[in-house]
Write a protein of this length. Structure first.
Length: 281
């Protein structure tokens, strides 16, 4: 029996064992359990192996240039606030090419779910180091090993006071689903950084490595304490998993649309007034 959000007759172009399969399954399950409507759900993705995900889910999708999923997702949400909007892609796509858009999506507090497949390598372009690759990681390009400090998306998001900041490991699907579902229910920007292995080009950060180098945040962690969240974001060995921080404030589309929730296509304009403006200028 096919899944309610299964897109049929597609050839999934991922390597056997890739962590993307688990994330695809997770997204479809969460959409189903939250009773999302196909016609009211949009996934925006850029370029990369992770960015192929919406091609395999039976909802609306918008494929954009490398690193440009977030501004397009922002525009879609502002134009039609009633839609459920997801921006999705890999760590290179979102934190490298799209790093500048990441900053501004956070500070605007766009009401979208931002899913990042973080495998600490570029998979589509055959294994170069990504922004989150660890120091010393060697590739065919970085033959002497990565020398830069890895990008810390959680710390950056917290510095900009993101409303929902989380990290999960796809190797623990039950916990990952719980956090992803909470991200969908959050009224504002929600970052879900998903640790996942690239079984072909990253032989270091494997399923076993992520299991051994992460731990679950317990109930004593206060998700409303941004100071505590920042401390957790800088823990690297092991890395904490769960919701680090959560806060609710006005969203980008609420401020831009001033409470108007109608989609822009339903807005009616006085064409005579518009023509008068054209004539005057």
């Amino acid at each position: 029996m096919s899944h309610p959000f299964e897109r049929e007759n597609v050839d999934i172009a991922w390597c056997p064992g890739c962590g993307n399969f688990g994330i695809l399954k997770l997204i479809k399950e969460v959409l189903d359990e939250l009773q999302a409507e196909r016609g009211s759900t949009v996934i925006v993705s850029g370029i990369g192996q992770a960015a192929k995900t919406p091609y395999y889910i039976d909802v609306n999708m918008f494929g954009v240039l490398h690193g440009r999923a977030l501004p397009v997702a922002t525009a879609i949400k502002a134009a039609n606030p009633g839609l459920t909007v997801i921006a999705e892609g890999g760590d290179g796509d979102m934190y490298g090419e799209g790093g500048n858009h990441f900053l501004h999506a956070v500070r605007r507090n766009v009401n979208i779910v931002h899913i990042v497949h973080n495998n600490m390598v570029y998979g589509l372009t055959k294994g170069q180091a990504s922004p989150t690759s660890q120091i010393g990681f060697t590739t065919k390009v970085q033959v002497d090993g990565v020398g830069n400090e890895p990008f810390n998306p959680l710390a950056v998001a917290l510095a900009l006071k993101a409303g929902f900041v989380s990290r999960v490991n796809i190797g623990n699907a039950a916990h990952a689903k719980e956090v992803l579902k909470a991200a969908f229910l959050h009224p504002g920007y929600a970052l879900v950084d998903i640790l996942q292995p690239c079984v072909t080009f990253n032989k270091i950060n494997t399923y076993h490595w992520f299991k051994e180098n992460t731990y679950l945040l317990d109930a004593s962690h206060d998700v409303t304490d941004i100071g505590a969240a920042v401390e957790k974001a800088f823990e690297t060995m092991p890395m904490p998993l769960g919701v680090l921080y959560k806060d609710i404030s006005s969203t980008f589309e609420q401020r831009v649309r001033r409470g108007d929730t109608k989609p822009l296509y339903a807005t009616r304009h006085d064409t005579a007034q518009i023509q008068d403006l054209f004539d005057r200028y």
